[in-house]
Write a protein that binds this ligand. Sequence first.
Ligand SMILES: [Zn+2]
Length: 129
Amino acid sequence: MLGHNCDQGAVRAFEIKLVSCLGYRPNLDNCVLCGLPVPGERVCFAPGQGGIVCEGCSPGVSNGLLVSRGSLETLKALLRWETGRIGQIRINPGAGGEIKSIMSKFIEYHIEKGIRSARFVNLLEKGFP
Ligand SMILES: [Zn+2]
Protein backbone atom coordinates (compact mmCIF):
# COMPACT_ATOMS: atom_id res chain seq x y z
CA MET A 1 0.00 0.00 0.00
CA LEU A 2 2.90 2.31 0.77
CA GLY A 3 4.19 2.06 -2.78
CA HIS A 4 0.72 2.72 -4.13
CA ASN A 5 0.41 5.88 -2.01
CA CYS A 6 3.80 7.13 -3.15
CA ASP A 7 2.81 6.70 -6.78
CA GLN A 8 -0.46 8.47 -6.17
CA GLY A 9 1.39 11.37 -4.54
CA ALA A 10 3.69 11.64 -7.54
CA VAL A 11 0.76 11.72 -9.96
CA ARG A 12 -1.14 14.33 -7.95
CA ALA A 13 2.03 16.41 -7.51
CA PHE A 14 2.60 16.24 -11.25
CA GLU A 15 -0.97 17.42 -11.92
CA ILE A 16 -0.84 20.34 -9.52
CA LYS A 17 2.61 21.44 -10.68
CA LEU A 18 1.52 21.16 -14.30
CA VAL A 19 -1.54 23.37 -13.87
CA SER A 20 0.61 25.84 -11.89
CA CYS A 21 3.11 25.98 -14.77
CA LEU A 22 0.25 26.68 -17.14
CA GLY A 23 -0.71 29.67 -15.00
CA TYR A 24 -3.55 28.16 -12.98
CA ARG A 25 -1.84 27.74 -9.62
CA PRO A 26 -4.71 27.26 -7.16
CA ASN A 27 -4.97 29.57 -4.16
CA LEU A 28 -5.10 27.28 -1.12
CA ASP A 29 -4.36 29.82 1.62
CA ASN A 30 -7.19 32.34 1.70
CA CYS A 31 -10.61 32.78 0.14
CA VAL A 32 -10.08 33.55 -3.56
CA LEU A 33 -13.05 35.91 -3.54
CA CYS A 34 -12.62 38.04 -0.39
CA GLY A 35 -9.08 37.17 0.76
CA LEU A 36 -10.07 36.14 4.28
CA PRO A 37 -8.65 33.02 5.94
CA VAL A 38 -10.87 29.95 5.55
CA PRO A 39 -11.23 28.10 8.87
CA GLY A 40 -13.06 24.86 9.58
CA GLU A 41 -12.63 21.14 9.16
CA ARG A 42 -14.29 21.14 5.76
CA VAL A 43 -13.44 23.73 3.15
CA CYS A 44 -15.12 24.62 -0.13
CA PHE A 45 -12.83 24.37 -3.17
CA ALA A 46 -14.13 26.14 -6.27
CA PRO A 47 -12.41 25.00 -9.49
CA GLY A 48 -13.85 27.87 -11.52
CA GLN A 49 -12.69 30.49 -9.02
CA GLY A 50 -9.27 28.88 -8.76
CA GLY A 51 -9.06 28.00 -5.10
CA ILE A 52 -10.78 27.79 -1.74
CA VAL A 53 -13.69 30.00 -0.77
CA CYS A 54 -14.91 30.93 2.71
CA GLU A 55 -18.35 30.13 4.10
CA GLY A 56 -19.53 33.69 3.43
CA CYS A 57 -18.64 33.54 -0.26
CA SER A 58 -19.51 29.89 -0.96
CA PRO A 59 -23.24 30.54 -1.65
CA GLY A 60 -22.15 32.49 -4.76
CA VAL A 61 -20.13 29.55 -6.07
CA SER A 62 -21.95 27.03 -8.23
CA ASN A 63 -19.45 24.20 -8.59
CA GLY A 64 -17.73 24.12 -5.19
CA LEU A 65 -16.44 20.84 -3.79
CA LEU A 66 -16.22 20.20 -0.05
CA VAL A 67 -12.82 18.90 1.00
CA SER A 68 -11.38 18.02 4.39
CA ARG A 69 -8.71 20.14 6.03
CA GLY A 70 -6.35 17.17 5.79
CA SER A 71 -6.79 16.96 2.01
CA LEU A 72 -6.22 20.68 1.70
CA GLU A 73 -2.99 20.51 3.72
CA THR A 74 -1.80 17.56 1.61
CA LEU A 75 -2.58 19.49 -1.54
CA LYS A 76 -0.54 22.46 -0.25
CA ALA A 77 2.43 20.17 0.42
CA LEU A 78 2.15 18.63 -3.06
CA LEU A 79 2.15 22.11 -4.55
CA ARG A 80 5.07 23.49 -2.55
CA TRP A 81 7.44 20.65 -1.91
CA GLU A 82 10.19 20.00 -4.41
CA THR A 83 9.63 17.00 -6.64
CA GLY A 84 12.45 15.08 -4.93
CA ARG A 85 10.66 15.20 -1.56
CA ILE A 86 7.16 14.35 -2.79
CA GLY A 87 7.71 10.68 -1.96
CA GLN A 88 7.81 11.65 1.73
CA ILE A 89 4.25 12.97 1.65
CA ARG A 90 1.83 10.42 3.04
CA ILE A 91 -1.62 10.54 1.49
CA ASN A 92 -4.29 8.62 3.34
CA PRO A 93 -6.88 6.87 1.13
CA GLY A 94 -9.68 9.36 1.98
CA ALA A 95 -7.58 12.39 1.16
CA GLY A 96 -6.25 10.67 -1.95
CA GLY A 97 -9.77 10.26 -3.35
CA GLU A 98 -10.70 13.86 -2.54
CA ILE A 99 -7.54 15.30 -4.02
CA LYS A 100 -7.99 13.20 -7.14
CA SER A 101 -11.50 14.52 -7.73
CA ILE A 102 -10.52 18.15 -6.96
CA MET A 103 -7.62 17.99 -9.38
CA SER A 104 -9.63 16.36 -12.15
CA LYS A 105 -12.37 19.04 -11.82
CA PHE A 106 -9.77 21.78 -11.65
CA ILE A 107 -7.83 20.54 -14.69
CA GLU A 108 -11.02 19.88 -16.62
CA TYR A 109 -12.28 23.40 -15.96
CA HIS A 110 -9.08 25.30 -16.76
CA ILE A 111 -7.66 23.18 -19.55
CA GLU A 112 -10.99 23.02 -21.35
CA LYS A 113 -11.33 26.77 -21.01
CA GLY A 114 -7.78 27.09 -22.36
CA ILE A 115 -8.58 24.88 -25.33
CA ARG A 116 -11.69 26.87 -26.08
CA SER A 117 -9.79 30.17 -25.95
CA ALA A 118 -7.00 28.67 -28.11
CA ARG A 119 -9.65 27.78 -30.70
CA PHE A 120 -11.00 31.29 -30.44
CA VAL A 121 -7.54 32.81 -30.97
CA ASN A 122 -7.08 30.54 -33.99
CA LEU A 123 -10.33 31.72 -35.39
CA LEU A 124 -9.31 35.35 -34.91
CA GLU A 125 -5.95 34.77 -36.57
CA LYS A 126 -7.44 33.03 -39.58
CA GLY A 127 -10.25 35.48 -39.78
CA PHE A 128 -13.91 34.58 -39.65
CA PRO A 129 -15.23 32.86 -42.77
ZN1 LIG B 1 -14.71 34.82 1.09
